[in-house]
Design a protein around this ligand. Structure first.
Ligand code: OGA
Ligand code: NI
Length: 357
């Protein structure tokens, strides 16, 4: 079975390129076994030149979480309004004053790094698993169906409704879960729905929560390779933290915006299922992870979704027989998630499959 999880890296044609070992199972090993690597293998070439893309720096919306949970009624209604605006205009915002202790974040990022530092042999237990396996690691996104690989290794762990972990405590996942649930209450209200609407309808008590640890080793040709290609996330909301090495970019009004996160903040983005539920009022946002040639970047994306057995379709309360017809058909979250995780990651192609034509 172990051999199945390995990717054979072809020897690149250009003579100046590295000579890869016979088989490579992750980017980390590719980099570490070729310390003098100056160019990337041809099957990692995503683009002829990413530096041609226009990238801008803009201020992202900032949401003060403490006002949602302990503000006065006035402050709360103001922040709900800001949350709605951030969802509608950006689909992406930064959350500050969220109450998740700094040391828990650090511990999680370190735990993630330590996992990637295990030997290939030790990681093999989790390698090459199916998308329904609660703990799996691998490289790129879905190496079994990809022609071009991404400069990224990952670990994915299901943490709710059942907690799994290769030996780590549940504290962090529980705390981010509380943050996500509170945000979803505010988002419900911002849509003109009851505070607990999303919680109840999406059966968040049994909501599917998956933690993805991403490792982006230094890349000798960062303008050619991609850590993660433009994509949207499948759930309702994703919370993301990283080790403060930039790389995340989001699409906003047709341009790529470089995300520089505030210290100790969560980057939050809307996933496909909030787009479906809100009938397109709040859209899932395209984002990508660039790589750099100097430092390893580690990020943790925690995706919060409905329960796996929920069939999600646009909220009837938001529809109107004349002007606002359902724009997405219903699909069970489990089927959607498996479809997205089992395909080539490419923009919003999974969502396109449930869009009403
Ligand atoms: C993801 C993701 C971006 C990043 O894991 O879905 O978009 O910056 N990660 O690591
Ligand atoms: Ni993502």
């Amino acid at each position: 079975m172990a051999a199945k999880s390995q990717i054979l890296v072809e020897t690149p044609s250009s003579a100046s390129s590295l000579t890869p070992p016979m088989s490579i199972s992750c980017v980390k090993e590719l980099v570490e076994s070729n310390t003098l690597i100056t160019s990337i293998p041809s099957n990692y070439i995503f683009s002829t030149n990413l530096s041609d893309d226009q990238v801008v720096t803009e201020e992202l919306p900032i949401i003060d979480f403490s006002l949602l949970t302990s503000g006065s009624p006035d402050q709360r209604s103001k922040i709900v309004h800001e949350l709605g605006k951030a969802c509608q205009d950006w689909g992406f915002f930064m959350v500050i004053n969220h109450g998740v202790p700094e040391n828990l974040r650090e511990e999680m990022l370190n735990a993630c790094q330590r996992f990637f530092d295990l030997t290939e042999e030790e990681k093999r237990e989790y390698a090459g698993k199916h998308v329904t396996d609660p703990i799996r690691c691998g490289t790129s996104f879905n190496a079994s169906v990809e022609k071009v690989f991404f400069w990224r290794d990952f670990l994915k762990v299901f943490v709710h409704p059942e907690f799994h972990s290769p030996g780590k405590p549940p504290g962090f996942s529980k705390r981010t879960r509380q943050v996500a649930i509170e945000l979803l209450k505010g988002i419900s209200e911002s849509l003109g729905l009851q505070e607990y609407y999303i919680d109840n309808e999406m059966k968040l008590e049994k909501g599917f929560q998956i933690l993805a640890g991403n490792l982006y080793p230094p890349c000798p040709e960062p303008e050619l390779a991609m850590g993660m290609p433009p994509h949207s996330d499948h759930g309702l909301l994703t919370l993301l933290i990283d080790n403060c090495i930039g790389g995340l970019q989001i699409q906003h009004k047709g341009k790529w915006v470089q995300v520089n996160s505030l210290p100790n903040s969560f980057l939050v983005n809307i996933g496909d299922h909030l787009e479906i539920l809100s009938n397109g009022k709040y859209k899932s946002v395209l984002h990508r992870a660039k790589v750099n040639d100097k430092t390893t970047r580690v990020s943790l994306a925690i995706a919060h979704g409905p329960s796996l057995d929920t069939v999600v379709s646009p909220a009837p309360e938001l529809l109107n027989s004349e002007s606002n017809k359902p724009a997405y058909s219903g699909m069970k979250y489990r089927d959607y998630m498996e479809l997205q995780q089992g395909s080539v990651l490419n923009e919003k192609t999974s969502l396109d499959r449930v869009r009403v034509k």
